[in-house]
Design a protein around this ligand. Sequence first.
Ligand SMILES: [Zn+2]
Length: 219
Amino acid sequence: MLTALYPATCVGCGLLLRAAPEARALPLCTACLPEAVPLAPEARTVAGCTALFAYEGPLAAAITRLKFGGDAAVAGPLARLLADGIATTPSLAEAGPWDLLVPIPLHPLRALARGFDQVVLLTTWLRRTWPVGLPPEHRPRLLRRVRRTTPQTALDGQERRRNLRGAFAARAPEALRDRRILLVDDVTTTGATLEAGRAALLEAGAAAVVGLALLRALP
Ligand SMILES: [Zn+2]
């Protein structure tokens, strides 16, 4: 069944894969595979935010294709990496189970310009391929951006935090009161975005919020 859902292509370069993707540890061809850098399980969690791979090589290329190339076919295989990470990262295994799965939202104007929200694609697939126990409820509209922020790449850590203060608000506090939430983003650098989203959810009454990104841009 999964073979029909996942395209049997390398997410890094688009090359057709010979073995079924679910039989492989990573949805990558033999040329791209050695270039993907998984973070060591003990190095994945920094300041309460967990990331699974370094932001470089074929997985960075896959995120770029998803985000700016509109190549939605890589979302499923990338979500499978998130699912594997949830199953294999001790800090995440200990923090679960979660009631709700919430993506970090794009600003609505940016989503409108792009035509889709790549993190929602990832969390949609993640819920479908949930690795352990009952999948959490997918709530892509629970968190919203209340103002447009300067693109983070131009800013340093402290400026990022300032830029993001008050950037998010919870839309339905009654839906998240006392719930345990897994908050997901595609790429993190300092963790400032996940941290700002986490603060908004906790402020609205969530019992616990864990931040998870697929890739971490290393300084
Ligand atoms: Zn490849």
